[in-house]
Design a protein around this ligand. Structure first.
Ligand SMILES: Cc1cc2nc3c(=O)[nH]c(=O)nc-3n(C[C@H](O)[C@H](O)[C@H](O)COP(=O)(O)OP(=O)(O)OC[C@H]3O[C@@H](n4cnc5c(N)ncnc54)[C@H](O)[C@@H]3O)c2cc1C
Length: 401
């Protein structure tokens, strides 16, 4: 039976000094007003050039980000490898638009793939379509999409004017280039899930790529957010599509990162919220999605991307109940760098294939990612409380004051 209580293995890779820093950071993130203020002021302060880079680099950046450049991620990746923990590289630049920037981002993704291929413990990299596609172009495509267009891989480009059609062709070309490089180097590409109002074209193009690249092995994975009440069905439909069209489904299951934004927009624009009514419903659908995926594990590839202890434990139980070994090649677990080390390192110790999701990028460009981590960790009842307790427990065990 796997236990996530072993803080000695969870934090073996952290020195006393690093642990004390983490304790300070998680304690600070437990102060609601500080996080509220910080998440509002920081993006503005960075933009206006206020001298706060040093503080950020030494605190929240160090905890959650692998480095400013690809090469700088090597130290963390090598350290993780000592504990049989793999890495998913994430070039974490978000919200920077313009055709030249999009081309550069696509090139950087290909660099990441080429680099990952030279390392022993980097089997995957992740991308966001908005890293190389204009958000409002995706919004326009989404608004014109039919109910099942995502799962059927259908994109209604008739809605676009001539310039936009060409723009979309460039997006598709970038994605194909990325997937080709990934296929050549045997690196998995995880396509992140984003906001519901752009997700249909993201799903559709990802399904198209799976159909093109996932014939013999899995190159492309879609992400399914179970905080959406329609996504358990979407998972089942995706599986049926893959079976009928003869390709292998790759799925990364998450709960979802944009809940407040989603609810706010639905209320403002007066449409029914796409989000589950409560946490229990999200949890139930997440665990049902795990059950469905493991029942079909011989025909799909699954990434369990969660910090939820029960969901991770339940996955290992499902594997055992279905006579799969914990190190079955079709399943992988992942947690974000800086969070839930107790899950990652104890899964690795039990023989599971598990990774840290390691974002990297220039400090100013990874600010949106950092602000999401600060917000997610600001609830004392939730994640922060748990992280802080584990860190304190380990410090007590090490007799560090
Ligand atoms: C490796 C990795 C990759 C990820 N990739 C993506 C991605 O591509 N796209 C993306 O959106 N997110 C992504 N995430 C983030 C993820 O969606 C969650 O926000 C985060 O992991 C917290 O959920 P949890 O499963 O870890 O556990 P928990 O802490 O148990 O769950 C918290 C989550 O439950 C849901 N929730 C909380 N309260 C309620 C409520 N009242 N009603 C309904 N639902 C509620 C929310 O989704 C919240 O984030 C990723 C996470 C990991 C670890």
């Amino acid at each position: 039976m796997i236990s996530f209580d072993n803080t000695e293995s969870a934090f073996a890779y952290k020195s006393d000094k690093e642990l004390k820093k983490a304790k300070f950071l998680f304690s600070s993130m437990g102060i609601g007003w500080l996080v509220k203020l910080g998440t509002r002021i920081t993006p503005w302060a960075i933009k206006t050039g206020l001298p706060i880079n040093g503080i950020i680099r030494n605190t929240i950046f160090k905890q959650f980000v692998g480095g400013e450049t690809l090469e700088q991620t090597k130290d963390v990746a090598d350290k993780l490898q000592e504990y049989n923990v793999k890495v998913i590289l994430d070039y974490g630049v978000e919200g920077i638009e313009g055709e030249d920037n999009f081309d550069n981002a696509a090139d950087e993704f290909i660099n990441v793939i080429n680099y990952a291929a030279t390392q022993n413990n980097i089997p995957f990299m992740s991308i966001k379509l908005t890293g190389f596609a204009r958000f409002s172009l995706l919004e326009k495509l989404d608004a014109a999409s039919g109910e099942k267009s995502g799962v059927e891989g259908k994109i209604n480009t008739a809605i676009l004017n001539e310039d936009e059609k060409q723009e979309w062709q460039r997006v598709v070309a970038r994605l194909i280039k990325i997937c080709e490089a990934a296929q050549k180097n045997s690196i998995g590409v995880l396509v992140d899930a984003e906001e519901t109002w752009i997700q249909d074209p993201v799903d559709a193009i990802t399904m198209q790529m799976m159909q093109k690249f996932n014939k013999e092995k899995v190159v492309v994975y879609n992400t399914i957010q179970l905080y959406r009440h329609d996504r358990l069905q979407f998972l089942k439909d995706s599986f049926d599509t893959a079976q009928n069209a003869n390709f292998i489904l790759g799925v990364k299951l998450v709960r979802g990162a944009y809940m407040e934004k989603e609810r706010r927009r639905a209320a403002e624009k007066n449409y029914p919220s796409p989000i589950q009514p409560n946490k229990q419903n999200t949890d139930d659908d997440y665990n049902a999605a795990l059950q469905f995926s493991i029942q079909h594990l011989d025909k799909l590839f699954l990434i369990v991307a969660s910090h939820n202890e029960y969901s991770n434990l339940y996955t290992t139980q499902l594997l055992q109940q279905n006579n799969f070994t914990l190190n079955n090649k079709h399943i992988h677990f992942s947690q974000l760098l800086g969070m839930s080390d107790n899950i990652t390192f104890n899964l690795a110790k039990a023989g599971c294939s598990v990774s840290k999701y390691l974002p990297f990028g220039p400090l100013k460009d990874v600010i949106p990612y950092l602000m999401r981590r600060a917000q997610e960790n600001s609830s004392v009842k939730g994640q922060t409380g748990r992280e802080l307790e584990l860190i304190k427990k380990e410090l007590r065990r090490r007799k560090v004051k």
